[in-house]
Design a protein around this ligand. Sequence first.
Ligand SMILES: CC(C)(COP(=O)(O)OP(=O)(O)OC[C@H]1O[C@@H](n2cnc3c(N)ncnc32)[C@H](O)[C@@H]1OP(=O)(O)O)[C@@H](O)C(=O)NCCC(=O)NCCS
Length: 181
Amino acid sequence: MSVYIETERLKLRDWEEKDLLPFQRMNANRQVRRFFPSILSYRRSELDMQAMQKNLEQDGMGLFAVELKESGEWIGFIGVNHIPEKSQYSFEELPFYEIGWRLIPEVWDNGIATEGAEAVVEYVKEKGVAEIYSMTAESNTASRRVMEKIGMTLKDTFELPGVSENHPLQPQVRYYKQLNE
Ligand SMILES: CC(C)(COP(=O)(O)OP(=O)(O)OC[C@H]1O[C@@H](n2cnc3c(N)ncnc32)[C@H](O)[C@@H]1OP(=O)(O)O)[C@@H](O)C(=O)NCCC(=O)NCCS
């Protein structure tokens, strides 16, 4: 089991078998998923966890499992997701790395996403990533605040593929940060 990044309060590490049930519960929670089109089934979460771990093993970076150092508790994920050239999106800049986060509600509003994301930015910069993007629903204030607090700026707005025009999750926003300044 590798720990890739340590911060004052967090370990960003490989996914472990014991993370599966809390990850499944987080993704089945409607409050957590209110800025996404749907909650996730337990099976879908299991497949997602396997895919995230595979990426970490292959690339040494990706969406890291986040553990609270003080208690050893798994509390969510923070990291980067590679958006390939052939994807659901129609941006000019593809492929790119998207930085993202999802945490259990019990830990929200303690600066944890910001602390982890700042460390992820430094880590991926060392690995040669030159720029990062981040996307969320325009109404997701908490996530947008994290983007702003780590120094990202609003780049553009876009429509979430596969979701109807008047869906509450339209429009989406995309933030940007250059890392090799
Ligand atoms: C987005 C998320 C990871 C943020 O995690 P967090 O650890 O609470 O983030 P932080 O504490 O570092 O920062 C949150 C900021 O948003 C602010 N905030 C939170 N909810 C808010 C609201 N409803 N309105 C205005 N500001 C809000 C907080 O006050 C804080 O800003 P501040 O430091 O300027 O006061 C967490 O809310 C989450 O997991 N949400 C569900 C999943 C999700 O939406 N993920 C992102 C999808 S792109």
